[in-house]
Design a protein around this ligand. Structure first.
Ligand code: ADE
Length: 353
């Protein structure tokens, strides 16, 4: 399987991987493709989704037709791109990886579609950011595998249909709600990726450690898993940071004690929250009496972009039961007060209202 992602129109923006930090070394980055699972039997977690995909893939192979178009949605870092590459490998297909912001002009998407070969998988990340014109070019391509083009001018203007090979589009988004209805309706398979359990993350960490030759025991892997906020991308990042700590401050082996000390130094608490998460909760508690507070107000107070808060920070805080999204704004939960020792009486009362 060839992964084609670096020609002119097809830019997969690595920087969009919110959890990839600047300090991550190019040496580490060169291992990224090694630690990515290539087949379903290497891919840990998302078991319900894997089960349905396996059936769809087998059926498509038996029918000798491409797989239905697939939409993956859910918080960042849960493996949408990885899953798309696994699907292409399992289908014995090539995959082209791009992201909607790099498909600015009509010719970007047209060029991409015309270069496809029968059975190819086209992966579009952040598909909710596709502009209207590109979206409309996609509709007939997805539905009937042709492009609607016009030639000539004025009197001689005519519309032509150009057939393109049958392909599978895999779209990924952190915001399913931001996708237009007509685009959403053209996907035959729509699936949400779930946060991983600690046990699944432990397995991801053990697998990654083995590939990267990091020495880690089971309790060390569990300690990192617990603070990885249900996200394999974060787990894989933390295991490398903890390895660095273990090499410098200990004997290079990650056990529970070393893992916990390293994560304390990284200021990641026992719930997996970092400084920004904690500041967000603290601002709601102290400045807004527990909320509700509007997302834009919160973003200004925190000095973060509201989209980053919505896409990166909030999903896990909501999933852990620390934050509530209400029509009037964001609100702390009683659980957040309990876990973070927020004891202000007014606040406690307002939260139960
Ligand atoms: N690395 C990142 N995501 C993974 C997954 N779901 N399974 C195995 N390794 C991974």
């Amino acid at each position: 399987m060839a992964i084609i992602s670096d020609d002119d129109n097809i830019k997969f923006d690595k920087q969009k991987n919110e959890d990839t930090t600047a300090e991550e070394t190019s040496f580490d980055m060169s291992f990224e493709s090694n630690i990515r699972p290539k087949l379903f039997n290497e891919y840990i977690g998302q078991s319900a989704l894997k089960a349905t995909l396996k059936i769809s893939i087998e059926a498509a192979k038996k029918r000798e037709l491409p797989l239905d178009h697939i939409l993956f949605y859910g918080p960042p870092g849960l493996g949408k791109t990885t899953l798309a590459t696994v699907i292409a490998t399992e289908m014995n297909s090539n995959i082209k990886i791009t992201s909607a912001p790099s498909l600015e002009r009509p010719r970007d998407i047209i060029g991409l579609l015309m270069a496809l070969k029968a059975g190819d998988v086209l992966f579009i990340d952040e598909i909710h950011r596709l502009n209207k014109i590109s979206e409309e070019i996609l509709y007939p391509a997805m539905e009937d595998f042709y492009l609607d083009m016009t030639t000539g001018k004025g009197q001689t203007l005519k519309s032509i249909r150009i057939p393109i090979p049958k392909f599978t589009l895999i779209g990924a988004t952190t915001k399913a709600g931001a996708l237009s209805g007509p685009l959403r309706d053209r996907f035959g398979i729509i699936h949400r990726l779930e946060f991983y359990t600690d046990e699944e993350l432990k397995q991801v960490i053990q697998r990654t450690s083995k590939i990267l030759e990091i020495k880690i025991d089971e309790n060390g892997a569990i300690a990192i898993a617990r603070r990885s906020r249900g996200t394999p991308r974060i787990a894989n990042r933390l295991v490398k940071r903890v390895r660095d700590y273990a090499i410098v401050k200990s004997n290079g082996i990650i056990d529970e004690k070393t893992a916990n000390k390293a994560l304390d130094v990284l200021q990641i608490d026992k719930y997996g929250l970092d400084n920004t998460d904690r500041s967000l909760l603290k601002i709601i508690a102290e400045n807004y009496n527990g909320g509700p507070v509007g997302i834009e107000t919160l973003a200004t107070a925190l000095g973060e972009d509201s989209k980053t808060i919505e896409d990166v920070y909030e999903p896990y805080l909501v999933q852990r039961g620390f934050l509530q999204r209400t029509p009037r704004g964001r609100k702390l939960t009683p659980l957040a007060c309990k876990c973070f020792n927020i004891s202000n009486i007014d606040l406690q009362q307002s939260l139960f209202e």
